[in-house]
Design a protein. Sequence first.
Length: 277
Amino acid sequence: MPELPEVQTVIEGIKPKILNKRIIDFKKYIPKLRYPISQSIRKKIKGKFVKAIYRRAKYIIIDLENNLSIVIHLGMSGRIVISGTGDSKLSQHTHFIIKFSNKIKLIYIDPRRFGLIKVLTSDSLFKSKIFNHLGVEPLDQEFNGRYLKKICENKKSSIKSTIMNQNYVVGIGNIYASESLFLAKISPLKKSCLLSIRECNLIVQSVKKVLNKSIQQGGSSINDYAMVSGKLGNYQNKLEVYGREGLICRKRTCQSEILRIVIAQRSTFYCPVCQNK
């Protein structure tokens, strides 16, 4: 599933193409996604001007005039392609296309069909069921050691499960949870309630560092993800533990093998020597 860096990279790719442009048409091809694509979308967004494009958690939000917002989630395998860059041919997995006044087409492709598109009212957007349960943004100042320490109190769940819980902090999935805990030198198995404030500060710093580095590298192209240009991200080549089961730890002072375990039904990768705290 695309995580925060991949979604942010998509936004940075589409923003210069469609910001301040007018939507001239919306066509749906395969209506089946997480929720069926509504028949009313075309009528609602056609002719509307794009005012802003931004991210909340793993959602892409396109604000339009007349107090409307398009909300897109990439699900497990969703991709956005901009016509004129990359592969703009109509894929067998194309679900919808949004056409703009500058002849740009935003094409949504999703083989596994777990993504979504909805049109919601802008001024009540974050009160909707999609957003009202979400936690803090990990790159915001609100996500700090004190905040993490507070949510970890009395929690016997693993720290990996806690930082992946979207009710507490958003956008962190398997890849970046594993990578952040490796950088912080903290075992993903450690109970959240046992973390000191120093360890919470280390985790927060590591999360921010890993996410920012991945954004700079265009995200991690694992399985289906690619940038809107069609090019692959590069951060998958920088991963320290994720997907490296059985390989030697990259730290020069460590010769241990990377292990794969399952935490809360999710694959987890870590170094038992570097992350023994």
